[in-house]
Design a binder for this molecule. Sequence first.
Ligand code: ADP
Length: 325
Amino acid sequence: MTASTRNTILVAGSANLDFVVRAAHVPAPGETVLGREFSTFPGGKGANQAVACARAGDAPTQMLLALGDDPHATPLEASLCAAGVAMHIVRARDVATGTAFVCLADDAENAITVAPGANNALRGEDLPDLDAIGYLLLQLETPIDTVVAFAQKARAQGTKVILNAAPARALTAALLDALDVLIINEGELAAITGVQDRIAEALTHLKVPCVIVTLGARGCCARSLRADGGGEFHLQTAYRVKALDTTAAGDTFCGAFTAALSRADALPQAMQSASAAAAIACTRLGAQSSIPTKTEVDDFLRAHAAASNATDDLHELAVYCAIPR
Ligand code: ADP
């Protein structure tokens, strides 16, 4: 099969059941906070990103995940199934399905502790056949050796590899060499490169054809390599919304971005539609429950056409990123 007929996206990664409690603020170390409502939501970076790809509606989406043989797995499978994601499930025996404990504060800040459980059972040899897979989307909530093995196998078979390096871990040259696109948030960029604050400079430290840093309510900045070896920066400001819960904003961005690339959008268009999808997700509670459909994103883009990349906002973002003139 040639690359152009590989229209399917495969997401390989984590699935967690999120236990979410709302509270006035996130507890400081040693502090106990009396919270309010409690809910469970299907989450995990991998599963969130698979749902975001599928809801973007452009490409058949598959997910490789590992689940325990326990009741926590049921809502995770149901959510992926409802979004139209075809699953390759590794069933880990005597290990709990992944869980995450989320404190969600009234200012939309959150603090999260993950118990990976079954996610740690995913191994390189679990990767399914890649014949129809155009893009493989990975994160770092599964063992790093597994992620490297997946990336290298995909690269060898002509599948494009996108890594969302979250949560931040040291990235080896072997992993970076296998990537086409790296997506990270501001904290992860600083942790991985050791460069604080100087975003444009930090991006140039990462030898990947395209690196995107997401900057929360500021927007995002990409550095892509030109054919002559030089670098080019692209900026996209965030859409102004009233954020209720920013959980899965980054995951929504990654999934929507991958779906956009799979329909052959250019980088700036992919950054724009991913930003719109992520902004909508910020206005809703939960992880997978907050991810918009293609129709919702298209309507949002039409309604906010004038608000995207306004000159003053772009200038402010360029200054924040310290983009060389
Ligand atoms: P992560 O969730 O991985 O920490 P970010 O916080 O950088 O990632 O958010 C990812 C993207 O989501 C941003 O680049 C932006 O497009 C969008 N986003 C995040 N927070 C907001 C917000 N408060 N308002 C609008 N868009 C947001």
